[in-house]
Ligand binder design. Structure first.
Ligand code: ATP
Ligand code: MG
Ligand code: MG
Ligand code: MG
Length: 471
């Protein structure tokens, strides 16, 4: 019998608990005390202070299954079989404790004996200079050399600017030539859907300084990440992560609501998968306390909601529907995430309100955009002006990315710099308007007035004392 996502998650956490790891539930999608990141995008991200040494970990070994959002993958979603904007990353971590040997051995043992993956379908990649990892795969594990590939920096070296960094070793599963591309040299690292990267082991063993020099860390770390949906896709032997348990129910519901059948038309399938993915992302984001807005995380949320809404329109849905779909997400995922059930009514309200807001203008906005596109064609131009894009944003609520995406579908672009200028001008206009209101003695935002009162220091007693003495 194939394992469902709840079982896979449990088997993973139990396995590493049996190897003395402290198991913790997923952290929020909102980073804590970390301004470098908008949303948590890996299992390691919320544990950064333990890796950098600014905080002491409760235990030197930990394991989690972490909720992640990767907006950088938004363009892949619906197009590949393996990318989502929201996914769960299972990970085991060592803070200066065990290193490569154990990390590799356990990844192999877990894949083979606990996930019962077909052994001869598993491949490994190592960083091309990392002979140590290569030798472990070859000699300790006994993986045939034909299934160990050496890859370059883009795939197999992890670093962000300066600081701790190191080589990676990834585990791939060969899903078969039916998922492959035409390249006769297709192998792990190829961008097609044949060799699915399901687990990444990061060996944080260096520190990179400002000069770009790498020095070995005295206590190297292990940080691994395994995509829950990808593992489920492999084990359940379905075509894509959108067809695994949990996801398939959402997909089916999208089909039911739209009356479109899955697999009938490839373009419509992309829209179906995008809606399936985005509704899951927004449900989890709102649960963690994010609300739609024009900035930061709220903007990411708005962008996902509006994008899903537009793909609904492409499939012919005129009414609001995302707020209903959310129920399936809650029903399917509350086992792992009970907070979904608790916040259900709130999530529903937030989604419906946003859908209604966008619903009022999307029709008009799309018509305006279409006529703008017509105009470009007539003038033989390829680029929409920033002012036009800004008008769509300001009047019709089209996030820039949405306009961009629609244009790209037609081989057109946008003048983004000019768009940003328009945004800044608008901000200035808003600021000027606020100070105008000051003059009239009326504030738009009553709390903003509080912020403007200079900080006061309490000097009352002293002053009074002095005064009374004088008196
Ligand atoms: P890919 O090369 O396929 O885009 P990645 O190298 O960017 O993946 P990592 O940063 O190594 O991914 O993340 C660790 C694991 O998380 C991956 O091996 C994969 O199983 C999973 N993963 C990464 N991105 C996604 C995504 N967008 N959707 C689902 N799972 C993902
Ligand atoms: Mg990626
Ligand atoms: Mg990769
Ligand atoms: Mg990777």
């Amino acid at each position: 019998k194939n394992k469902g996502i709840n079982e896979i998650r449990k088997v993973f956490l139990d396995f590493f608990e049996s190897k003395d790891h402290l198991v913790r539930p997923s952290f929020s999608l909102i980073p804590q005390d970390d301004n470098s990141l908008l949303l948590i995008n890996s299992g390691m991200a919320p544990l950064k202070p333990f890796f950098s040494g600014t905080r002491t970990p409760p235990q030197k070994r930990m394991a989690t299954s972490q909720k992640c959002i990767r907006t950088g993958d938004i363009e892949n979603v619906g197009k590949t079989s393996r990318h989502a904007t929201f996914f769960e990353m299972m990970g085991n971590f060592s803070f200066g404790d065990y290193f490569k040997k154990e990390a590799i051995r356990w990844s192999w043992e877990f894949s083979k004996d606990h996930l019962q993956m077909q052994e001869d379908k598993i491949w490994a990649s190592v960083y091309f200079e990392d002979d140590e990892a290569y030798d472990i795969w070859k000699n300790d594990i006994g993986l045939p050399e034909e299934r160990i590939v050496r890859l370059g920096k883009e795939d197999n070296f992890w670093e962000i600017g300066v600081g701790p960094c190191g080589p990676c070793s990834e585990l791939y599963y060969d899903r078969g030539i039916q998922f492959g591309c035409d390249d006769p040299k297709c192998q792990p690292g190829c961008d097609c859907d044949r060799f699915v990267e399901y687990w990444n082991l990061v060996f944080t063993q260096f520190n990179k300084n400002e000069e770009g020099e790498y020095t070995p860390l005295p206590n190297p770390n292990i940080d691994t990440g395994m995509g829950l949906e990808r593992v489920a896709c492999i084990l359940q032997d379905v075509n894509s992560i959108f067809e695994i348990d949990g996801m398939k129910m959402i997909l089916d519901e999208v089909c039911r609501i739209t009356g479109v059948s899955y697999g009938a038309d490839s373009e419509q399938d992309v829209s179906l998968r995008i809606i399936t993915d985005h509704i899951r992302s927004v449900t989890f984001m709102i649960t963690d306390g994010i609300l739609p807005s024009n900035e930061g995380r709220g903007y990411v949320l708005r962008r996902l909601l509006r994008r899903a809404s537009r793909h609904g329109k492409l499939l012919g849905i005129e009414k609001t529907f995302l707020y209903e779909l959310m129920e399936i997400v809650v029903n399917k995922f509350h086992y792992g995430y009970p907070e979904l059930e608790e916040k259900k009514d709130m999530i529903k309200k937030v989604i419906l309100l946003e859908e209604q807001k966008f619903g009022e203008t999307i029709h008009q906005g799309t018509e305006i955009l279409n006529s703008m596109i017509e105009g470009l064609k007539n003038e033989n131009k390829k680029e929409l002006s920033g002012l036009q894009a800004f008008r769509l944003y300001d009047t019709y609520g089209f996030p820039l990315d949405l306009t961009k995406e629609i244009l790209e579908e037609k081989g057109l672009t946008i003048n983004e710099d000019h768009f940003k200028e328009q945004m800044n001008l608008q901000k200035e206009r808003a600021r000027a308007a606020r100070s105008q209101n000051d003059v009239a003695g009326w504030k738009e935002d009553p709390l903003a007035a509080l912020e403007e009162i200079p900080e006061t220091s309490f000097i009352g007693y002293e002053t009074l004392e002095c005064e009374s003495k004088i008196l």
